[in-house]
Design a protein. Structure first.
Length: 118
């Protein structure tokens, strides 16, 4: 199987996104980095095929996506659905949280992520 992770053509975009995390992404990252959650390693702004995902745990094949207001748009929701279907077809598990959940109930978000571990 060909390599579908961190394709060279997306490298600059990934770097840009890592340098410009949203406040929700930065907050969640503080709790995911350095194997703080269940000893699992997470990567931020990782690409799989032509998609750049917010967070990825290789050990669990788990993708975490944070959704801001743009994801309320109907066209964006359709894109998100097709993207999730493709990633699931490739064998990944995708879980999504609204940005506000990071600020309103971070403990719940972290618990839900942990429950997604095998």
């Amino acid at each position: 199987m060909k390599n579908i992770h961190n394709l060279k053509q997306l490298e600059e975009r990934r770097k840009h996104l890592r340098k410009h995390l949203t406040s929700a992404e930065a907050t969640l990252w503080k709790h995911l980095q350095l194997k703080q959650l269940g000893g699992r390693k997470f990567r931020r702004q990782h690409s799989i095929e032509h998609f750049i995902v917010d967070f990825y745990c290789p050990q669990e094949k788990l993708i975490i996506e944070l959704d801001g207001a743009v994801h309320l748009d109907f066209a964006q929701q359709n894109y998100d659905l097709e993207r999730t279907r493709r990633l699931e077809y490739l064998g990944f598990k995708v879980i999504r949280f609204e940005n506000k959940m990071i600020f309103e109930d971070l403990a719940f978000v972290l618990q839900e992520i942990s429950h997604s571990f095998r």
